[in-house]
Design a protein around this ligand. Structure first.
Ligand SMILES: Nc1ncnc2c1ncn2[C@@H]1O[C@H](COP(=O)(O)OP(=O)(O)OP(=O)(O)O)[C@@H](O)[C@H]1O
Length: 458
């Protein structure tokens, strides 16, 4: 049973009709007292609450009622309905524990989708809440290529399993190289949207002047360089999932534009006056601390609350060192096939030693280290010495190739190295980032800084 709380009878009736047509049962309440009564009388599974239901415009009464609901029925998700003008009120509501907020006038499909997500999520939370510390069975999901069964990793996979089928927006946080993109793809592969596109966008690589054209597309002639029509990423992701990587790098004026499409699910193609509607699940990732960015005013608080209904934190590799042997084994097995060296193996002491290493670049760094050590060592059984040699060799080789002191400054060297790597990898940004030990976001920033042309590989 869904409880609709609004003092406006027209709103109550239309929401109730919409939900009934979609197969839900509803009851409604016109004021807080009646709302709390209904909550006692019925088994309520979801509440839709209009924040401005009171005659006062501050919305305080709505917030008070929300707090009361959270106290009496903490497991029941609440969806707020708010006006654009009261967006700060919606943020307050989300902080106070509301599940989602929808703007007035609402789009029926959007409201229904939020209802489905809220119900799906609370059901799966209830289901996984049963029984002592039960972990998901890997074989029930598509977790291909995701290695590790440390407690930290299992917790991540449990969350992915629980939330994949819902449409909840997910924010994946963690240091560079911890597998954020990999987890985003796992959420998609295990979702109901898996037969629709998965569109990856590296926001770190998109300048604010190009943001709209990249994300929403443009019509031929919309601006000087618009020689042909261009389809935007949101359109490509229609019915599917959009993965917004490096969201922490998004500039303020682009944040407003992104917020609007996430909020209203509508946008306009540049050069066209028609409003388009998009239905997409949003997964974001960042290695920045967004809360800090919100506090220092460089990331919009309302956008932050819009994207992080669910937060998945990927632990750094040093906090799940027990996964290292499995990861090494996985990479060695891949390399056996690539190089036709079926006897490749890593000795026990080396495995132990690897587990004590700090790996600031996390799994990406471990993977690079294993690959390069295999390439450099002629022996099939890799020992600590081989890995050490790789580390020293790395430094020595670099030493031999350095230009004379004074010939170049650090920035010039960096630029030259990036250009060489781009040439070597034929502008494949992902490969270049891997070889240079950078995250893609960092590499994109450098490419822009040095004006090095690149094709966005996403
Ligand atoms: N659990 C894992 N099992 C196997 N390989 C992994 C795992 N996690 C990450 N990797 C590998 O490590 C590399 C980095 O992963 P990924 O690109 O997903 O990290 P990221 O956190 O998105 O990095 P960045 O912040 O730099 O964009 C990839 O080659 C990926 O295949």
């Amino acid at each position: 049973m869904i409880l609709i709380i609004d003092d406006d009878v027209a709103v109550r009736t239309s929401v109730s009709l919409l939900l009934k047509q979609a197969g839900y049962m509803t009851v409604s309440a016109a004021d807080p007292r009646e709302a709390l009564q209904q909550l006692q009388s019925y088994e309520i599974s979801l509440i839709i609450l209009d924040m401005n239901f009171s005659l006062e415009t501050t919305g305080d009464e709505g917030l008070e009622l929300l707090a009361e609901i959270r106290r009496t029925a903490p497991a029941v998700p609440v969806i707020l309905i708010t006006g654009w003008a009261t967006i700060s009120l919606a943020v307050k509501g989300i902080k106070a524990g509301a599940f989602d907020f929808i703007n007035k006038p609402w789009d029926n499909q959007h409201l229904l989708q939020s209802v489905r997500t809220a119900l799906g999520l609370s059901r799966s939370l209830a289901a996984t809440g049963q029984g002592p510390q039960r972990h998901v069975r890997r074989e029930d999901y598509d977790f291909n290529g995701i290695i590790g069964d440390s407690p930290g990793m299992m917790e991540v996979l449990d969350t992915v399993a629980r939330i994949a089928a819902t449409d909840a927006s997910v924010l994946i946080v963690g240091e560079s190289g911890t597998g954020k993109e990999m987890i985003a793809s796992a959420i998609y592969r295990n979702s109901l949207r898996k037969t629709f596109p998965f569109v990856k966008v590296n926001l770190g690589g998109i300048s604010s002047s190009l943001f709209e054209s990249e994300m929403f597309g443009h019509k031929k002639g919309a601006f000087t360089d618009a020689k042909t029509d261009r389809i935007g990423r949101f359109e490509m992701a229609h019915n599917g999932t959009i993965f917004l990587d490096e969201i922490g790098d998004l500039e303020m004026n682009s944040q407003v534009k992104l917020l609007r499409v996430l909020q209203d699910r509508t946008y306009e193609v540049l050069g066209s006056s028609r409003t388009k509607t998009v239905n997409t699940r949003v997964i974001c990732a960042t290695n920045a601390n967004l809360e800090e960015k919100v506090n220092d005013g460089t990331f919009r608080e309302d956008l932050y609350y819009r994207i992080n209904l669910i937060t998945i934190k990927l632990p750094p590799l040093r906090e799940r060192a027990s996964d290292i042997p499995q990861l090494v084994d996985f990479y060695i097995n891949n390399l056996k096939n690539v190089y036709g060296r079926q006897k490749l193996a890593v000795d026990k002491d080396a495995l132990k030693w690897l587990q004590t290493q700090p790996f600031p670049g996390n799994i990406r760094e471990l993977k690079n280290m294993v690959e390069r050590t295999v390439l450099m060592s002629g022996s099939d059984l890799l020992t600590i010495d081989d890995f050490m040699l790789y580390k020293q060799g790395h430094v020595k080789k670099a030493g031999q190739q350095l230009p004379p002191v004074g010939a170049m400054d650090l920035e010039e060297m960096e630029e030259a190295m990036i250009k060489r790597a781009m040439e070597f990898h034929h502008n494949n940004v992902s490969r270049v980032a891997e070889t240079l030990g950078l995250s893609r976001g960092t590499l994109y920033r450098r490419l822009k800084k040095y004006n090095i042309p690149y094709e966005d590989t996403y």
